[in-house]
Write a protein of this length. Structure first.
Length: 219
């Protein structure tokens, strides 16, 4: 039986981390929280909720934190890894849907069903990045910036990214294209508990530039 790990990168998420961990635990064998230099009590609350907690002494970025967690999962016998955000934008109750769709493919991506809840600047940025990915890599991705994803351990070995920041989602997609990994996309509910968190305009510019560089350097 394959071990299923949920990996959560967390930075100052004391308001949400207990519920996210407790809900995720219902569907996986182990929940790993990587506390990315939080200044609050995120790590203590995550431990209290039953997660395995890894700690970055300083904030290294989402990509670095998620890689630390996924590396740990791989080293500890993971067959499947679920990447889920710590801020309650992703509903852990969707995990069984990811697992069901992962049968027969290597990666399951998710896409947010657009609504008025999504800030307009994020809609525009996401659309532009999606078009850039199609142009450079030939992949039709509905929501390239949604970080709720599932992948097999073998796929992770190919997906393993270098990005330490929010470019991680796009680098993963570039590697799906490079290694021709099989993937599916599933819809998830759009939730914005804090609309000021996440990618900024500057992050979006960096992501597009990175997509170009990855293409030129073959990722």
């Amino acid at each position: 039986m394959e071990k299923i790990f949920a990996v959560i990168a967390a930075y100052n998420e004391h308001a949400h981390i207990i519920k996210v961990v407790e809900d995720a635990k219902k569907h996986v064998d182990e929940v790993v929280v990587v506390d990315d230099g939080s200044k609050d009590n995120t790590k203590e609350l995550a431990k209290e909720a039953g997660a395995t907690v890894l700690v970055h002494i300083v904030n290294l970025g989402k990509g670095a934190a998620l890689k630390t967690g996924c590396d740990y999962a791989l080293e500890n016998g993971a067959g499947i890894i679920i990447a889920i955000d710590a801020d309650a934008q992703h509903n852990p109750q969707d995990i069984p849907r990811f697992l069901g769709n992962l049968k027969g493919c290597e990666v399951v991506l998710s896409y947010r069903q657009y609504s008025e809840a999504m800030p307009k600047i994020l809609k525009f940025g996401n659309h532009f990045i999606n078009k850039t990915i199609k142009f450079l890599y030939g992949l039709e991705i509905k929501d390239s910036q949604c970080g709720y994803r599932a992948f097999t351990a073998n796929a992770y070995k190919k997906l393993r990214w270098k990005a330490s920041d929010y470019s991680i989602e796009s680098e993963m997609i570039a590697k799906i294209g490079k290694y021709k990994l099989s993937y599916k996309e599933i819809p998830i509910e759009t939730v914005y508990s804090d609309k000021y968190k996440g990618t900024t305009v500057l992050d979006g510019i960096k992501i597009v530039l990175n997509l170009l560089l990855w293409k030129l350097n073959s990722v």
